[in-house]
Every structure is written in C-alpha cells, then in structure tokens.
Write a protein that binds this ligand. Structure first.
Ligand SMILES: Cc1cc2nc3c(=O)[nH]c(=O)nc-3n(C[C@H](O)[C@H](O)[C@H](O)COP(=O)(O)OP(=O)(O)OC[C@H]3O[C@@H](n4cnc5c(N)ncnc54)[C@H](O)[C@@H]3O)c2cc1C
Length: 375
C-alpha cells in the first residue's frame, strides 16, 4: 500500500515480505542470499552502501568453499602468520593447508549483497528505526517504509539498533583502536601479545591493500590510546597514526531470538572469544537462522548454533582467559609453537578440525602444555 501526501509525493509505503533482514554485512547478506535461494520474499536493508566495516578482513580460506564465494575477491592470501611474545621473541607459523584470506570489507560486503540480490532478494539502502511488534519502520532516502514481515533477522552489528529497540540491550563488547598505515610493515598477519600493549587480548598488524592494518584490543578504554601508542613504538613507527575506535562483541551466549526476530553475527555476539574473528561466524549464524526459518521452528536456530559452535567458543574463551592473562604463559606458548606437535594442534583447533570435549579437557591440555620441557 502507498500513501501519497497532499502535494502528490509518495511519503509512506507499507510493504509485505516473508523476511526482513536488517544489516547488509556478512551475516545479513548471507541470510538474505540463502533465504532468496529458498524462494522466500526477502528485503535486505543496509544503512549505507559506502560503509566500510572497520576490520582486518582476515578470514579462513575455507569460507570461500563453504559459502561458494569467488576467490577473485581475495586481496591477499597469507600462508604464514607471525606470533610475537611480550619479550619480542617471534615465531613464524606456517598455516599449511589452512591459509588465511584477506578481503577488502567495502568490496567483500558489496559482493555478498550482490549475491543476495542475484538470488532474488530486494536490497535497499535504508535505516531501521523502530519496531512496534507488527511493523518495522525503515527510513530510505525520501521514503518512510513500513515493513510487515513474518520474520525479522537482526544483522545490524555490534551497535545493533534492532537489539536495542526490542531488548533494551547491546552485546557486551571490548574496544579496538585501529589505523591503516601506508607503510608495508608486514607481508603476512602478525599477532602481538603482552600486558604493555594489549592486556588479556592482543594487538595485530595485517597486510592490507594500501599498506598495513594495525590495531589493539583493549578493555581499559581510558588507556587505549596509550596502549596503541606503545604498539606503534614496537612496530617502529616514528609517529603514532590517528587511531579510530570500534567495538568487538564479547560472546555471552545470551541472545538468539525474541519472538519472530532472530539475532545473528555481531548483533548476537557471535565472534570468536579468542581471535575475535567474526566474519566466518557471522555467516555461520546466518546459515543456522535460515535453517530454522525453513524448518518452521525458530528454536532450531539456537540448537544448531549451540550444537555446532558452543563447545568451540567455550574452549576459546577459556584459552584466552588462561593463556593471555600473564606474560609468562604467553612467552611459553609462543616458544612452544616452534614444536611440531603444538603447532599442529594449534592449527587443528583454529581451523575447526578439532575441539576439546570439555572445559576440563582444555584446562588439562593447557597445564600439560605449560609444564612441557622446553627444548
Ligand atoms: C577493528 C576490527 C578488526 C576486525 N578484524 C577482523 C578480522 O580480521 N577477521 C574477522 O573475521 N573479523 C574481524 N573483526 C570482526 C568482524 O568485523 C565482525 O565480526 C563482522 O563484521 C560481523 O559481521 P556482521 O554482519 O554481524 O556485522 P557487520 O559487519 O557490522 O554488519 C552490520 C551491517 O549493518 C548495518 N547497519 C547497522 N545499523 C543499521 C540499521 N539501523 N539499519 C540498517 N543497517 C544497519 C551496518 O552498516 C553494517 O554494514 C574485526 C572487528 C573490528 C572492529
């Protein structure tokens, strides 16, 4: 239905869809694509087509096969990563059969939205404003859209407007300060650890299209700039570049759905609690949400997610808490990465090929690891 104002301009439009997807990042674009493949009538609403999500753009290469993506979209393929301990002792780790792809997020997100569009989803630039339990209100250029949908997928990221509107909460989060620098500081991906630059978390330096993408993850927001400056010193940068801040959600396993609204990706906090990779997990959660809609039972979403990913996330969270708290544990683990068995086990875990069966098993493995004789 279209409502026309007294000078003949269309001002409000009420439209019906099977599914309204809000947010056109990896989670939302994937959900819209998969639903359209199943012949659902889908509207994907993305705030801005020129928004570039702050991101290192690192994603396991297997994502391209798992989601049938074009490898042409990879800007760099990284076959080794460097891990740097607080003492500056660094180990270069071969990724062997699990290389990392670096994508340009502006291009990658646009590509995912194009895939959704090509499958038949309607994709528009618009902003979700509110939801009254029946209609979702979307502002799109001069139009006010009122959307009636059987299901809504909230994929609008860590600052989720949908989550705020319908639950009054946002995901728990941690701040990152990051910058793109012109200098080619590395030809791979580097992860730097230590209490002086990123207590309890890590700092990174990733090869990027136009130089290097650097950043720190930091809970102590009032000192974040200080940690970022120290990291830049360690990288040998003469001047500290101007950093921008953005949040990464901390996984809490607390929200999957409210009524007919499913929360996916960053909006649900589905980011690895150790490495903070979120692209792949956003796409996986989108797939599970779509499976639940197709199944006709929305609780299937939580069940699928927990069955496939919960143990893994729990193990990662525990690893971060046990290993990244003290510099001595990090120092030891980085040295042990030179050992073939530890290197292999770390790769298997990171790539999802193995997951410890319980927190107790993780703790035992860590104690065994830390008490291993150094060569
Ligand atoms: C500095 C930094 C570095 C990172 N590096 C990596 C990395 O190297 N690898 C990795 O895997 N992960 C990384 N992450 C995490 C990753 O960026 C996110 O986990 C991932 O983007 C989540 O995808 P998403 O689709 O859930 O949300 P997003 O990518 O945030 O997409 C949400 C979309 O919703 C849109 N939106 C927001 N509000 C509205 C609204 N009201 N109406 C309509 N649209 C709206 C936004 O414009 C956005 O495009 C990093 C994060 C940060 C902050």
């Amino acid at each position: 239905m279209v409502i026309v104002d007294n000078i003949g301009k269309v001002s409000i439009m009420i439209k019906k869809y099977d599914v309204l997807v809000i947010g056109g990042g990896p989670a939302g674009a994937t959900a819209a694509r998969l639903l359209a493949q199943k012949k659902y009538k889908v509207l994907l609403v993305q705030k801005s087509f020129t928004f570039e999500k702050p991101c290192g753009g690192g994603v396991l290469l297997k994502v391209f096969d798992e989601f049938a993506l074009d490898r042409e979209k990879i800007s760099h393929q990284v076959n080794t990563i460097k891990v740097v301990a607080p003492s500056l002792f660094g180990v270069t780790v071969s990724l062997e059969k699990e290389p990392l792809a670096i994508v340009d997020r502006l291009e990658f997100d646009a590509y995912l939205r194009t895939l959704a569009h090509d499958e038949g989803a309607e994709v528009i630039e618009g902003y979700f404003q509110s939801y009254d339990g029946q209609l979702a209100y979307i502002k799109s250029s001069s139009l006010q859209l009122c959307i009636q949908a059987q299901y809504i997928i909230a994929a609008d990221g860590v600052n989720s407007t949908v989550r705020k509107a319908v639950t009054g909460t946002l995901p728990k989060r941690v701040l990152t300060l990051y910058a793109k620098v012109q200098q080619p500081l590395t030809a791979q991906c580097e992860f730097w650890f230590g209490r002086d630059i990123a207590p309890g978390h890590y700092a990174w330096s990733f090869i990027h299209n136009k130089g290097t993408h650097i950043g720190v993850v930091c809970e102590d927001e009032s000192n974040a700039q200080h940690y970022f400056g120290r990291f830049c010193d360690k990288l040998g940068l003469k001047d500290t570049p101007r950093a921008r801040g953005y949040y990464i959600p901390l996984w809490r396993d607390d929200l999957y759905r409210k009524d007919n609204i499913l929360f996916v990706g960053d909006a649900a906090g589905h980011v690895s609690p150790f490495t903070y990779e979120g692209i792949y997990y956003a796409m996986r959660s989108a797939r599970y949400a779509v499976d639940a809609i197709v199944d006709g039972d929305l609780d299937t979403y939580k069940q699928l997610w927990q069955k496939n990913l919960k143990k893994r996330f729990k193990a990662m969270e525990l690893l971060r808490k046990l290993l990244l708290r003290w510099d001595w544990t990090i120092e030891r683990v980085v040295k042990l990465l030179n050992t073939r068995s530890v290197h292999q086990a770390a790769l298997r875990f990171w790539s999802g090929k193995s997951t410890p069966s319980s927190p107790l098993q993780v703790t035992r493995k860590i104690i065994r690891l830390l008490s291993q004789k150094m060569i």
